[in-house]
Design a protein. Sequence first.
Length: 699
Amino acid sequence: MSKLKQKTVLRFFKAMNKPLSLREISDGLNLNKKDKGMLRDLLKSLADKGLIFNTRKTWCLVDELPVQKAVLEVQRSGVGFAIPFDKRRKDIFIHPRNFQDAWHGDTILVATLPGKKGKSPEGRVVRIVERASKLLPVKVIKPMGPGFFLTRPANPRLDFSLVLEAGKEDLERNTMVVAEPLEQMETNLWSGRVVRVIGQEHDLNVQEEIVKLNHKVPTVFPAGVLKEADNLPAEPGKKDFKGRRDLRNKTFVTIDGGQAKDFDDAIFVEPEGQGLVLYVAIADVSHYVHPGSKLDQEAMARGNSYYFPLSVEPMFPQVLSNGLCSLNPDVPRLVMTAQLHFDSKGNIKKSSFYPGVIKSKKRLTYAQVNEALYLEHPEAARELDHVLPMLKKADSLARQLLEIRRRRGSIDFDLPEPEVLLNILDGGLEIKARTRNFAHQIIEEFMLAANEAVARFLQEKESMFLYRVHPPADKDKLDSLFKLLANTDLGSKLPKERDPRSLQKLIDLSREYDLEFLVSRLVLRSMMQARYSPDNEGHFGLASDSYCHFTSPIRRYADLVVHRALKMALGDGIQIKTRRKSMKNIAESLSSLERVAMQAEREIMKRATIIFLREKIGQSYAGVVSSLADFGFWVELEDVLAEGMVRLSNIHDDYYLFRPEKQDLIGKRTGNRFYLGQKIQVKINDVNLDRLEVDFTLN
């Protein structure tokens, strides 16, 4: 292989400018018989990378063919879309009959079919470049003879079965195992082997492992990364304090959830004349993690930490995330500080940024602050006696910042978030709305203010960094929403504009007419996805003209990028300048990895909910219609924050017509109507972990 290089072959293809047979390539490169085997291996390697493509008689450059390299995304309905690597191209619709044995997530070459016009062109898979997964979590369905078992993938988007050889191991039905697919036996049936047993499917630990495998969430740090982390000091020393502002005498505190282990932000507020000064101290991860190091490469590959009900897969090894870079109480920690000065009305007057060292005086939880500051429990107040005056100033400033943000049009969706609670005694699960109080809002407002101030500073310095951008809401979806609301009690009061301030006003108005659920959900669905970019496109949802992520470098790589840019802007000569093209690639990668984390976290919540509702089959609950389709409607339960579907096939009083423009289903004979936001009573009919579905019937 040393004599014949891939670059040489690719140059020859481009020079000839046509499909080439094996003989033409061999003759053109003057290869002898001994080199032909090497050539075949090299061509196969180029094909595996998706650079060339083999037809029956010739090899072709992929770039010269009417095919595109893409990733296959299979929908729950069974159809697929090829998402091209070239972001300028449209997604391509793929009918299941044209998958050519490709699976969800596979990298493929796709050819566009002639004739199809419309929103998405139609295509077919012509080659699988790379399988998304070499190992799959599967469920044992039944034995198939001594040592063989029929299984199904745990991912509902993989529509095939595997016959696994398990050797002497006897596997029970509903056992989850990790399998290695081997050869295709027939359509939708593959052979495979058992790699390891995970456990019984209704164990939440097992379900977390399944989700991590399905989404390729990294769970093990390479040895080189751990070695780098172990070589770091246990605590910062005097040498590390050089060039830093000493803030150890200030009453910094951290406020987080009760289960939090990594603390990357601490706050302190003090008076200044008629106004207040806010200090937001963020763990200085960049002091320890240098560009190009093994720790840095691994963190960029992970993109962010992944959070599950029972576990966390951190972006950095725990010696950093829970130790050296965590702002634990009563120990010195290195920080990057945003010092923000506000007048008596909460308007920012000036800001400064610098490296510092702090010693957090208290690790607080949201519940503690709520009890001491808002519920005024005497015992809780006594426990926080030395920080309570500072917290009262923090509360006052946060309320001013919230009001200013609301006035400029920042959109707040006050939607409940589900939380999994585990009963330690019996291991049972409960799904409840996550408790929120104004202590959460204090931290949220301060982090937003710091993020915005850093973004403005770096923009003024013309620095290369990552903005957090949020494009304007989808115009067509907003038009549909306003058209729908025109026929409600809100019709005469609809705002004329479609900017963030008007949408927040619409949400506020909807509460007066019992339409909050409908309006909030439809405004939320009109929103585009936030992402990272080296170009400032503004943040629509926050009504901010310049915004970035600065406050969580322990768990988000984007924040670490911003820290390095901030240090460079402050004159730190150690930092390495990143080129625009590299920054754009980093932005795209981190945005993609963030979506993976979101999908994984949503999936584990679905699986946890189904495990919880298994014990509730037959019970009745109050709910709200949360979405509709031509085959039924989804209902969100009010008490347990679970969502399931009422299928029209289970409603026998009439035939129902779906009217998307009115977001309702109406009976042709009776006129009975089901509509978005309608309060309704349902009974849990069935749950299914294989399909990730909950079925309701009307009560």
